[in-house]
Design a protein around this ligand. Structure first.
Ligand SMILES: Nc1ncnc2c1ncn2[C@@H]1O[C@H](COP(=O)(O)OP(=O)(O)OP(=O)(O)O)[C@@H](O)[C@H]1O
Ligand SMILES: [Mg+2]
Length: 293
């Protein structure tokens, strides 16, 4: 699958949520990273056809899916887990998925049962099929959310902040699930959690204030920050230098070990460190702010 996005703009009144998005996506796992309010959800809602863009096009294998008949054709190939996903607490996992399958116009009851079994298996919830959703943990609910997105065996899977609020084990489990699903699909994972991207994606886009601030490989994204990450030890009571972004401050005997991001050494005793994805995120956000000033 090839997803080709050109010139997407969308405003809500005077709020410019997206100011011109161009992206080319291919099979595999693609990370959409950005701070709160960057426009990630708006962008994904445009991709799935829930929001109309003010301008621009989204082409799937050459077909424009922002209008008919492309929109309907895409819906058949698409699975979507929204950021806010409502459940019916009194339904069991199997009943809920069956209901969602009906909404997806899967009319044959026995085919539906088979499909529900398959998606429950995929997300590791076969043993919980007949339990009510109200008894599920946050992570299990999120997996049910992924399961409903997989019902029609989509080749485009779009998940909006699926790991928010999960404990580390559930986050890892969900990440592994998504990575597995991306072997023969395009999976778009939106998140503001940097680690989710570093552990799963080869390519990402950084969205800030409705614009793509970076698009490309995760390795290059990180590389750009090499040389701008510093470790600086300072005695107790001393203030870290202003003008660098503080990523960490670890108390040590007699002082504090700071991790700072910014151009140029913050002090003669500062030592450069290899950049992590989190450092790189901070670095790219700083660069973006400088451009806007
Ligand atoms: N339905 C709406 N009506 C008015 N403004 C909206 C609407 N949806 C989004 N916005 C605004 O558009 C901007 C982008 O919001 P969006 O939800 O797309 O960001 P996001 O990156 O998904 O944020 P988060 O990480 O918090 O989920 C924000 O300024 C938001 O307030
Ligand atoms: Mg959002």
């Amino acid at each position: 699958m090839n997803l080709s996005i050109h010139g997407i703009r969308r405003s809500y009144g005077r709020v410019h949520a997206l100011t011109g998005i161009d992206l080319e996506l291919e099979q595999g796992m693609f990370g959409l990273l950005g701070p709160n309010g960057a426009g990630k959800t708006t962008f994904l809602r445009i991709l799935v056809g829930l929001v109309r863009p003010d301008a621009g096009s989204v082409r799937v294998d050459g077909e424009d899916v922002t209008r008919e008949p492309g929109r309907t054709n895409l819906r058949r190939r698409l699975g979507y887990l929204p950021q806010e996903f409502g459940f019916y607490p009194e339904l069991t996992a199997a009943q809920f998925l069956d209901y969602m399958a009906v909404l997806k116009e899967m009319d044959d009851a026995s085919a539906r049962r088979r499909c529900v079994r398959e998606v429950l298996e995929l997300v590791g919830l076969s043993g919980d099929a007949d339990r009510k959703l109200k008894g599920f943990s946050g992570g299990m609910r999120r997996r049910v959310g992924i399961a409903q997105a997989l019902l029609a065996d989509p080749d485009l899977l779009i998940v909006d902040e699926p790991t928010a609020g999960l404990d580390p084990e559930e986050r890892i489990r969900l990440r592994n699930l998504l990575t597995g699903l991306a072997t023969d699909r395009l999976v778009i994972l939106s998140t503001h959690i940097v680690e989710d991207i570093s552990q799963t994606c080869r390519n990402l886009a950084l969205l800030t204030a409705g614009e793509v601030a970076y698009e490309g490989g995760v390795a290059d994204f990180v590389d750009a920050a090499n040389g701008a990450v510093w470790e600086l030890r300072m005695p107790d009571g001393a203030n870290p230098p202003a003008g660098w972004t503080q990523v960490a401050a670890v108390p040590e005997a007699g002082g504090v070990r700071y991790r700072l991001v910014g151009e140029g050494a913050p002090a003669p005793t500062a030592i450069t460190q290899p950049a992590s994805l989190e450092d790189a995120y901070v670095w790219h956000m700083r660069a973006k702010r400088r451009m806007c000033q």
